[in-house]
Write a protein that binds this ligand. Structure first.
Ligand SMILES: [Zn+2]
Length: 461
């Protein structure tokens, strides 16, 4: 008996230690000065900010399983390119993986270049980008210092009534995922992931705001008595807060572009998350398995090429040779030749939770295996095969998708739902919105195929 006891004590410890988690956030609001306008992103060109309504934040979470440490950060801006994510990584040490993402806020500064004084002038302020980079690094390092041994509970709740889908076919990714971390019975922080465009204040607003996200985070932090980090997931196809019927407590329907609606919607998301967390289940989030893959996607959108050539889109142009994973990637200056952008996919297995990291705004159809079948005969590529769905690759009890993850390449549209040329699908007389903000019809097949390979590679190990 005694011998067995000693054997048990001497049994090799698992390679992964206990989970540790830290949260931190930092104000990244741009200063409004008369001589350097802040161009607001997400709608038309030349929308200059007039004041700050509420602060923009970078919210960071650092998690470790004892052997590997990862950082996840989400910022209240429209989108951040892969080069920016790599710059942040180069300022950090000791991390196996760093995820830099944005909420896709349509009421903050231009961080991509597409919303300056005209479509051919970048709205990016390089000084602000440096400030943002330094502060994201600071938030991650602070979260790391605050990390403590933690336990986790997870809840998933569908919120179809708080989102609209404004593009046919109508498929929503409704699930909000919330994870509450505790240390010695005390709340450490809550990580929330949901799928919606922060654009409730709409196109006429000129006051800097985090849109509904700030209200969600504020209300949930109050209810849970801890910091909250919000992450954006599946927002293509198109998941929006516009036209969502939200009423005030007196039963009055609130209008888009009003603070009242933005606040009410944000608070309702928090109330739902808080309610779901009351029945959250314990979840094991160790050990970690982390994988990333760099891929090339052909630039097929002429509009993108035009603004790229004008220097509005600042990213490296690569030679496209029909291979999404070239052994030796070659850059090119000649934008008239077939070219590609370089981006990356991520796959994180954190114990019983799998996380897909997708570099843009993916359509829910591609996540949930609900691509239209049969295709509408008026589609541009009705015979295109259905892409392997992102969530079909994940086998863990819990799943999460982080969109605009380490890049923002625009909409990722199922190829057989691509509809730029007449006749148009569903008997429509005009094309639907989406394709103009997509790199091209081959983005979805490449991303879904490469994600499948990335997960398989992981499982074979
Ligand atoms: Zn968008």
């Amino acid at each position: 008996m005694l011998r067995l006891f000693w054997l048990l004590l001497l049994a090799p410890v698992a390679s992964a230690g206990p989970l540790t988690v830290g949260f931190a956030d930092i104000d990244v609001t741009p200063a409004i000065e008369a001589k350097t306008p802040v161009f607001m992103a997400g709608f038309g060109a030349n929308r200059k900010a007039t004041k700050v309504h509420d602060p923009l934040m970078a919210r960071a979470v650092v998690l470790s399983d004892g052997t590997q440490k990862i950082a996840m950060v989400c910022t209240d801006v429209i989108g951040l390119f892969n080069d920016f994510a790599n710059d942040v990584r180069s300022d950090l040490t000791g991390f196996t993986y760093v995820l830099v993402s944005s909420t896709h806020n349509h009421e903050g500064p231009d961080t991509m270049g597409l919303w300056g004084s005209s479509p051919f002038n970048s709205g990016v302020n390089e000084e602000y980008m440096k400030h943002l980079r330094a502060n994201i690094v600071k938030a991650i390092n602070t979260a790391d210092k605050k990390a403590k041994p933690a336990t986790a509970k997870i809840a998933v709740v569908a919120l179809p009534h708080l989102m609209e889908d404004n593009r046919q076919p109508y498929v929503k990714h409704e699930d909000l995922v919330a994870i509450r971390f505790e240390s010695e019975g005390k709340p450490l922080g809550v990580l929330v992931q949901w799928n919606n465009h922060p654009e409730t204040m709409a196109s006429k607003n000129t006051e800097i705001t985090s849109d509904f996200v700030g209200y969600t985070v504020g209300e949930l932090a109050k209810r849970q008595r801890c910091p909250v980090a919000y992450f954006t997931g599946t927002v293509g196809g198109l998941m929006t807060t516009l036209k969502v019927p939200i009423k005030n407590p007196q039963g009055k329907l609130l209008e888009d572009g009003t603070w009242e609606k933005t606040e009410q919607l944000g608070r309702e998301v928090a109330i739902e998350a808080d309610k779901a967390l009351k029945t959250a289940k314990p979840v094991t989030l160790t050990p970690f398995e982390i994988r990333r893959r760099e891929i090339h996607i052909p630039v097929q959108n002429d509009l993108y090429k035009l603004v790229w050539r004008a220097g509005v889109l600042k990213r490296t142009f690569y030679v496209w040779d029909n291979n999404p994973t070239p052994f030796k990637p070659a850059t090119s200056e000649d934008l008239s030749k077939p070219g590609a952008l370089r981006t990356e996919l991520g796959y994180l297995k954190l114990g019983d939770l799998e996380v897909a990291v997708i570099p843009g705004e993916i359509y829910p159809e591609l996540v949930l295996n609900r691509v239209q079948d049969p295709a509408d005969p008026a589609a541009d590529f009705p015979d295109a095969p259905i892409e392997p769905a992102i969530y079909d690759q994940l086998r863990a009890p819990y799943k999460m998708l982080i969109g605009l993850g380490n890049d923002e390449i625009g909409y990722i549209i199922p190829k057989r739902q691509w509809d730029k040329k007449p006749p148009f699908c569903y008997g429509r007389t005009k094309e639907q919105y989406g394709e103009m903000n997509s790199i091209g019809p081959d983005a979805a097949p490449i991303i879904c195929d490469q994600f499948q390979k990335l997960v398989k590679e992981n499982k074979d190990k």
